[in-house]
Design a protein around this ligand. Structure first.
Ligand SMILES: Nc1nc2c(ncn2[C@@H]2O[C@@H]3COP(=O)(O)O[C@H]4[C@@H](O)[C@H](n5cnc6c(=O)[nH]c(N)nc65)O[C@@H]4COP(=O)(O)O[C@H]3[C@H]2O)c(=O)[nH]1
Length: 610
């Protein structure tokens, strides 16, 4: 676009002359000339065009040059357009000053000298071209700016979207991490950590508002054997279903958590009454009692629940948890599938148990145990057919303790496995010593009592290791196993006992008649001997039903080709009845109390001489 020049003159010949000068100028191709014959016409032109410069005649009728200039410059659109006044040569200095005051950029004296006109014009055309260029560049810049803004906007939106996704992902990761830290992944229930936090908070609230709360500890009965026999997937499924059933048995506001394994906890806050806790525990036990469907299998289990109450059973998180756990442990021991509230006696028993455990460990370490031996007499010959090893404890405080005084407690503490190992080693060592001493009956077997947990703890390996160490034959040792053991896990007992029996060690069922052995179990087990429990022997000859029971046991043993031993024989009358019934061996105070090895040897000597 070319710069434009406006010529304003009311005198047509002057206008034409000036226009002729401009259109014939050497740089005429660089601009365009527009004319106006009055101030008003000039103002209209200014509204329509942008001018590089205006040549304005000063003396015009109506609106003269000054007034026109003032009006042009008063408008923002044309405020900076340079105006050159054209005036007669006679215009005085005052008049020119007025022109400058009305915004004149310069003056030309009429008649105009072309060279002066051209040189002044050149300045303004150059200025206009520069302005146009600047304008163009400004527009370019504005365009670029807009593009930049659009680009920036897009970038911002992209960055924003990326940020939002990242924040979302981070929130989800945080939620997952929080879940992992506070929830049990298998059941989705609270885990131990969040339960303890919750319990601490609940105790603080109960303290402040004087409320009651209850903590229910729940453990599935026989979960381990279900898990072992059906596999871990089925075990997991069972735990999930159990967690759902517990959830269905409690209030929405109660907290259900899984501590791990098959241990669940329910926290009941703001209890209306303590009876409500027992009510919920009963509901849970009832719901767990309904058979579970795991794939194609239907299984039955039960739950034992221990309950501790705030504030009486503890006012800290730790004591409440411990009390509920202890109560649950006792529920399990007393009768599976029942509820047990915590009480102080349990605590005392627990402390006693801990003390006993420590003392039993010390007994092993300090060699405080000793085996006593009680002979078993063969009815037919009156000879010693074997001896039973019975454990005695030289307790540093309490003196000599017999098995009945500490074996049940040792069994509770789980110490019987290591004690049992000591007993087997001691019995094998005694067998060796008797052989070395050349007893009259060196081959009489020593019967050792075996506790239930020993069966699951490498019993065959331990037996063979000790027999080898002492270089005595397997026939030197006999095992006495309580009847109830066989009932609890027939399959395991059968396979372990079979291995032991095949190695040449004879096996006796102890306390026979007190458990619930069935004939078929007795038939499948590799049993050699039945020991009739002393409770049936005690009243023999006095109580006809005891006599009938012993007679039945003897007959059954005969049918199964087993030897029968009667325990606890104290009197001649008992002995007479047992003789009549055809019992193979007798054991009891009538012949001898359990004795230390040395004393027993003398008894054996006397009997063999008798
Ligand atoms: N009233 C009466 N009692 C008699 C008579 N003859 C023997 N006894 C006692 O009756 C118990 C017989 O042993 P048990 O039935 O195997 O019952 C044993 C046995 O189950 C267990 N036990 C003893 N030693 C061991 C052992 O080394 N390991 C294991 N696991 N248990 C043992 O402790 C229980 C009690 O042992 P003890 O106190 O030594 O009590 C022994 C014995 O001293 C009698 O004529 N009259």
């Amino acid at each position: 676009m070319k710069p434009k020049i406006l010529l304003v003159n009311d005198h047509p010949p002057s206008l034409l002359a000036l226009k002729a000068l401009l259109v014939n100028a050497p740089q005429a191709a660089e601009y365009e000339v527009i004319t106006a014959t009055s101030g008003a016409e000039a103002l209209r032109a200014v509204l329509d065009h942008h001018f590089a410069v205006i040549f304005l005649d000063v003396s015009m009728p109506g609106m003269d040059g000054f007034e026109t200039a003032q009006t042009i410059h008063s408008h923002p659109r044309s405020a900076s357009v340079p105006i050159i006044f054209i005036t007669a040569y006679y215009a005085d200095e005052m008049n020119r000053l007025r022109g400058y005051q009305h915004g004149a950029a310069d003056y030309l004296i009429s008649p105009v000298i072309p060279q002066i006109l051209y040189s002044k014009l050149a300045v303004f055309i150059e200025l206009a071209k520069k302005n146009l260029q600047l304008q163009y560049q400004k527009e370019e810049l504005a365009l670029m700016n807009r593009d930049l803004q659009v680009q920036q906007m897009r970038d911002l939106k992209r960055i924003n979207a990326a940020l939002e996704t990242e924040i979302l992902e981070r929130r989800q990761a945080e939620a997952r991490a929080h879940d992992l830290a506070t929830r049990d992944p298998l059941t989705g229930l609270m885990n131990r950590r969040s339960l303890t936090e919750r319990l601490e908070h609940a105790i603080a609230m109960a303290n402040r508002y004087g409320q009651r709360l209850a903590l229910l500890f729940l453990d599935l009965d026989r979960f381990k054997s279900i898990n072992d026999s059906l596999g871990h997937d089925a075990g997991d499924e069972l735990l999930r279903q159990v967690s759902e059933r517990i959830g269905g048995a409690v209030r929405e506001s109660d907290i259900v958590a899984r501590l791990g394994g098959d241990e669940f906890v329910v926290l009941m806050e703001a209890l209306p009454s303590y009876a409500a806790a027992a009510e919920v525990a009963r509901k849970i036990i009832a719901t767990i009692d309904v058979p579970f469907h795991l794939g194609s299998q239907t299984i039955k289990t039960s739950a034992s629940v221990g309950i501790s109450l705030f504030p009486q059973d503890g006012n800290t998180m730790q004591t409440l948890m411990r009390s509920a756990d202890l109560a649950m442990y006792h529920a399990k021991q007393e009768q599976r599938g029942t509820i047990q509230f915590f009480h102080e006696d349990l605590n005392a028993r627990m402390l006693e148990r801990c003390r006993m455990e420590q003392e039993l460990q010390q007994a092993l370490d300090n060699d405080e145990f000793e085996l006593y031996y009680q002979p078993k007499i063969e009815a037919r010959t009156g000879r010693v057919a074997g001896v039973e090893a019975l454990l005695r404890w030289h307790h540093p405080r309490l003196g000599l303790l017999s098995g009945g005084q500490f074996i049940p407690a040792a069994s509770e503490t789980g110490m019987l496995v290591s004690i049992g190992e000591w007993v087997i080693a001691a019995a094998c060592a005694q067998a060796r010593r008797w052989r070395d001493q050349g007893l009259p009956t060196p081959s009489i077997p020593i019967a050792v009592n075996v506790a239930i947990p020993q069966i699951y703890a490498d019993l065959p390996d331990i037996l063979h290791r000790e027999l080898r160490r002492q270089q005595v034959p397997p026939s030197s040792i006999q095992l006495e196993i309580t009847e109830s053991l066989v009932i609890t896990d027939t399959e395991k007992a059968t396979s372990v006992l079979r291995e032991i029996s095949e190695s040449g060690i004879t096996i006796a069922i102890d306390d026979f008649g007190t458990g619930y052995s069935s004939l078929s179990i007795l038939k499948t087990l590799p049993i050699d001997i039945l020991k009739i429990d002393q409770s049936f022997v005690r009243d023999l000859g006095k109580n006809p039903s005891d006599t009938a029971i012993v007679a039945a046991i003897v007959n059954m043993a005969r049918a199964l080709a087993l030897r029968v031993v009667a325990e606890g024989v104290e009197t001649r009358e008992q002995l007479a009845v047992l003789h009549d019934l055809g019992c193979d061996e007798h054991q009891g105070y009538y012949y001898s109390k359990p004795l230390p090895a040395g004393e027993l040897v003398q008894t054996l000597m006397q009997r063999s001489l008798a």
